[in-house]
Design a protein around this ligand. Structure first.
Ligand code: 13P
Length: 345
């Protein structure tokens, strides 16, 4: 582990542990401007910087959010913004005991010679950007790779290129003292079965950990953020909560080393309540036998009900905040294996 100083090793290990401790999880609020605008457009909310800022202020000022959320993943625009009273978003989160982190990939771009596949960019100049982010108070970072499923895809070329980029990003993060959240996401779009998702997720994670080993990334100082093992959204055969929990945990046990402190799932377009129920089932059935924490790092499955209520209007903020608090709390219960329908009342 040549690139991590002794001081950084301790800091990275501690931060990664804190992010998955006390049954809390991560709130992903790092949608890029185009993605945030797309979600606003669906609800006919004007796509302006002012409203993106107001929306993020609604999230950051939600009372009691820190009861369930250990860290929030921000986007570059957001870390330069302030609450109406002039407090920076970073300070507002830190004051509540929520650790701020930052998305640093520059997006998934079409891969040359591989129609339908993407590779995430952003390594150029990353060392300098990470240094700046660390100075601004960020303690962790995120890089997302997307793996599409379809006829003849994903290819080895796509999986390996993304895994290589993730490992180089992770090494740079650790050098800068930031915990890398390593996010390979096998997408839910498509007709594929749960078995196919299992096979692909296993291969992707196996390739990612091989690259992390090659790049000498310290596993105690990372978090894995990945998809649950699910049938595609258009697959005629949808599976029970227990089957998804079972397949997901079996897959992770095959490929995620015990030194990794935690796995935090993305929601990927699952309904909020289903994402909570599936996470709950994994913790009920397997928690006592797993080497790592099973946590959440949801964007849509925490934010969507709140965004629907907020709808771009200041007067809706208190109700939207209640919905956000509620979803975060449901996932906190899911981590404890205590989530059920009564928690939705
Ligand atoms: P979703 O939970 O909406 O999938 O988002 C998680 C995320 O951070 C994607 O990068």
């Amino acid at each position: 582990m040549m690139n991590v100083t002794e001081m950084n090793r301790q800091k990275l290990t501690d931060t990664a542990k804190i992010l998955v401790s006390n049954h809390k999880g991560l709130l992903a609020m790092d949608e890029s401007n185009p993605t945030c605008n797309k979600r606003f457009a669906k609800l006919e909310i004007p796509q302006t910087e002012e409203l993106r800022c107001a929306y993020r202020e609604m999230i950051v000022t939600t009372p009691g959010l820190n009861e369930s959320i250990s860290g929030a993943i921000l986007y570059d625009e957001t870390i330069h913004q302030h609450l109406k009273d002039g407090t920076s978003f970073i300070k507002a989160l830190t004051d509540k005991g929520i650790i701020p982190g930052i998305k640093v990939d520059a997006g998934a771009k079409d891969m040359a010679g591989h129609p339908g596949e993407k590779v995430s960019e952003g390594l150029d100049g990353l060392r300098d950007r990470l240094k700046e982010y660390a100075q601004m108070g960020m303690q962790f970072a995120k890089w997302r790779a997307v793996i599409a499923v379809g006829k003849d895809i994903p290819t080895k070329a796509c999986i390996e290129a993304n895994a290589h980029a993730l490992a180089r990003y992770a090494a740079l993060c650790q050098e800068a003292g930031l915990v890398p959240i390593i996010e390979p996401e096998v997408l839910m779009d498509g007709e594929h079965t749960l078995e196919r998702c299992l096979e692909i997720t296993e291969e992707v994670l196996h390739t990612v950990f091989k690259q992390l080993y090659t790049q000498e990334v310290m596993l105690e100082g990372i978090l894995l953020k990945t998809n649950m093992v699910l049938p595609g959204l258009a697959c005629p055969k949808q599976e029970s909560i227990d089957k998804v929990a079972d397949a997901t945990v079996k897959c992770l046990l095959q490929v995620v080393p015990a030194a990794v402190p935690g796995v935090a799932f993305l929601s990927g377009g699952q309904y909020s309540e289903l994402a909570s129920a599936r996470l709950n089932a994994m913790n009920v059935q397997f928690k006592s036998r797993l080497p790592w924490e099973l946590s959440f790092s949801f964007a849509r499955a925490i934010q969507q009900p709140a965004m629907d209520i907020w709808h771009g209007k200041e007067t809706n903020v208190p109700e939207a905040q209640k919905a956000l608090y509620h979803r975060a709390k449901c996932n906190f219960y899911a981590r404890r294996g205590e989530y059920d329908a009564t928690k939705e009342k």
